[in-house]
Design a protein around this ligand. Structure first.
Ligand code: 2P0
Length: 320
């Protein structure tokens, strides 16, 4: 950051994102530097709206979905520590931070990604820092790794980088779009998960020998996804995303204590998808650190998919 003026109020929206090649494991836990590159698609209107207002007093006041968070809660401390990164010229300035998510919190729908991305944009305005998109992505990454991807719409690649200071570890939007691509959200279970992604990926890296093969899987999947997007090859996109998600879950299951985010309904949904696919429906899934599946299909199959999964919430990141 160059210079800064005393804080002003600011408000921004950032979309949630679903990774087709997952971020799982850090080479630096302080800076959120990933072991592997990842690639996601942003969820258009689903995400977080975050407002920051300078306030008198010594402590930040953090509100999430209408509820004030205790100052000593993990969430409020994480938000305040993140604002400290922007507060270097005005360390005394406290803020009220208000975040509204229109997605289920902590159910594998990455609300921390959209939340920290929106907060990054709001703090950039509050202190009139005029950071570039790349600098914003670096800052968002330090709040939550996947947040660096939520700065952008459409397909987004997070380049892992090689530098120790992390200045080359940020996300970039891909130029390609894919009209008609659909992401369907199945709500298996919206309860808070017991082990969050941050702890889960650390446990996996420390305890699962299987994790050693993960960087190779991710690197191969990343380049296949780039090819699938460039050639608009849906079978390739779907199959690579599904295998990548299941490979990540294999490393989780091989951790100790084991990390199995699946519920019986998650497995039932997988079996159903595999059966439908065998019958000719072009339908694939991905999953994050939670029990909910995200379906991948194209607009031409939307009617058939919705008939099989009543109540499905469908997002078309690039329109029809
Ligand atoms: C992803 N996940 O690529 C992967 C797939 C969850 C499973 O990025 O510790 O909340 O804040 O950097 O970003 C969720 O991890 O972790 C995540 P931190 P984050 O979407």
């Amino acid at each position: 950051p160059k210079s800064a003026t005393p804080g002003a109020s600011a408000e921004h929206f950032a979309p949630s994102n679903i990774a087709l090649c997952k971020y799982w494991g850090k080479r630096d836990t302080e800076l959120n530097l990933p072991v592997n590159g990842s690639l996601s698609v942003s969820l258009d209107h689903l995400g977080s709206r975050t407002r920051v207002e300078p306030i008198d007093g010594e402590t930040d006041s953090v509100w999430l979905n209408g509820t004030q968070q205790r100052p000593d809660s993990r969430f409020a401390k994480r938000v305040s520590a993140f604002i400290d990164l922007f507060r270097i010229y005005h360390p005394e300035q406290a803020f009220r931070v208000t975040t509204e998510n229109n997605i289920p919190t902590a159910a594998g729908l990455a609300s921390s990604a959209s939340g920290f991305a929106a907060l990054t944009k709001a703090m950039n305005d509050a202190f009139k820092l005029e950071l570039s998109d790349t600098e914003l992505s670096v800052m968002a990454r330090m709040g939550s790794g996947s947040a660096c991807r939520s700065l952008f719409d459409g397909f987004v690649e997070w380049q892992m980088g090689v530098r120790e200071d992390g200045m080359d570890s940020y996300a970039l939007p891909l130029e390609q779009c894919w009209p008609g691509l659909c992401v369907g959200l199945i709500h298996v279970d919206e309860n808070e998960k017991s082990v969050d992604s941050r702890a889960g990926m650390q446990r996996t890296k420390e305890t699962a020998h299987l994790y050693q093969s993960w960087p190779m899987q991710a690197a191969a999947d990343l380049s296949k996804l780039q090819q699938a997007i460039a050639e608009r090859d849906f079978a390739l996109l779907g199959s690579v995303a599904e295998q990548n998600a299941l490979s990540m879950h294999a490393t989780m299951i091989a951790s100790w204590p084991p990390l199995l985010y699946w519920q019986p309904d998650s497995v039932a949904a997988m079996q159903k998808i595999w059966k439908l696919r065998a019958e000719g429906l072009a339908l694939y899934f991905t999953m994050d650190a939670g029990p909910n599946l995200k379906l991948l299909f194209e607009d031409a199959s939307r009617g058939a998919v919705e008939a099989q999964f009543p109540g499905l919430e469908v997002v078309q990141p690039f329109g029809i």
